[in-house]
Structures are given as C-alpha cells and as structure tokens.
Design a protein. Structure first.
Length: 229
C-alpha cells in the first residue's frame, strides 16, 4: 500500500506537468488539424470521383423535335410527328427555313444586341449556315453595316415576293429590301434574287445548336444577285 502511493503521486505529477506544458497542447492541436484536413480531402475526393463516375455512366440526353399536326378543324384532335428529312411535309418546312434564313440575313436593326443575336458568332445566321457561308456573309454583308462593335446606322427590312423550288435541296428566292437611315427620308428599295442550297445535319446531344436548329438546317451554297427593274 505504501509503495503504490508514491507511484500514484508520480503519475499525477507527470500528467500535471504535461498539462502545464504548452508544447504538448500545440502538438496535439496540430495533429487534430491534420486529421480534419485529411478527412475533408478524402471526402471531397470521393464525392468528385463518384460524380464523375455517374456522369460517365449516364448516357447523353437527346433533343428530339416534333411537329404538332392538326388534320381537322377540331381543336381536340392532333398528332405529333418526329421531324426528319423524309417526312411528307418536308417541302413546307424547307420553305419555312429558307424564308427564315433570308429574313435573318437581310434584316438590320439599329440595336447592337439584336444584331448580335442575328448576325453574331452565336446568332441565327451562323447556326443556319456552314462556317464557309457564314464567313463569306460576314465579309460581304455584315462588315458593311455591322462590325460587332457599334449599332448599324441604317435599318433594312426584306420582303419576299416569290420562292421557287429548283431541286430537292435548291431554292430560288425573289425579294426586295427597304433600307432607311431615318423615318423622314424615303427608303431605298432594291430587288434581289437569292439561290440557296442546303442540307440537314442532325445533332444528337444537348447543345444550344441543337435547341436553336432542331432539324439541323444548314445552308451549303448561297448566291445573291441584284435584280434590275
């Protein structure tokens, strides 16, 4: 009993001395911080790996455009037909796309943001034409009226007179443009003949190009000539 008392006292003194020593506290805190950092790093790494694995295993979503057709005068009867190049109403859709391209490429607003949406690198004309056709359009037409920095000084509106189908993917468009600097002066009227050839390129992934141009209508040849009256 007498021998155990000094041993207990010695242990108590050792614990007291370690508690009073600040170096021991700092070392213990440093160890805890390292453990917490390691646990956080392991958690973040594991979550990242799992997320990438799920993204890799999950297939890409596809955006499939459909056409709602109302075959009768009844408002309650309609059917949905997936858009594809061989559908029966393809000529009507092709004419619609041709009109849209002619309108977009020959319309000018005195607004920079609106022109960027029409003629800019991410605009409608760009998404409806090949890079070659868009580059020629930018050099021949856009630089004269809109360079991307300042709004145009004039407004221009097209008016399509007639559209003729020359082949399965070739169309001829007769239209006129009205160019005005202001509302006081008379508009400058010019007559044009445009020849367009196009193809349909499908995109099977989620992207803005697919959403903006669901059929993949792409102008491959574009010729514009002034028509004398």
């Amino acid at each position: 009993m007498e021998k155990s008392m000094p041993t207990a006292n010695a242990r108590a003194k050792t614990i007291a001395s370690n508690t009073a020593n600040p170096a021991v506290h700092s070392g213990f805190n440093h160890f805890l911080s390292q453990m917490c950092g390691f646990i956080c790093f392991a958690f973040v790494t594991t979550a990242t790996v799992l997320s990438l694995s799920l993204l890799h295993l999950t297939g890409e979503f596809e955006v499939d455009a459909t056409l709602a057709v109302n075959p009768t005068y009844s408002e309650n009867l309609a059917y949905f037909q997936p858009l594809h190049p061989d559908m029966p109403a393809m000529d009507l859709l092709s004419e619609m796309f041709v009109r849209q391209f002619i309108t977009a490429s020959n319309t000018v607003y005195k607004n920079r943001e609106e022109m960027m949406r029409m003629w800019g690198g991410g605009g409608m004309v760009r998404y409806m034409s090949t890079p070659k056709i868009y580059g020629e359009f930018w050099d021949r037409v856009s630089k004269k009226m809109f360079n991307g920095d300042a709004p145009p000084a004039v407004t221009m509106e097209p008016h399509i007179r007639r559209i003729l189908k020359e082949g399965w993917n070739s169309w001829q468009i007769f239209f006129e443009t009205r160019t005005m600097k202001n509302n006081i002066e008379a508009p400058k009227i010019e007559h044009w003949i445009a020849t367009i050839q196009f193809r349909y390129y499908s995109y099977n992934a989620v992207m803005f190009r697919r959403l903006r141009n669901p059929m993949g209508f792409t102008v491959t040849q574009y010729h514009l000539a002034r028509q004398k009256k």
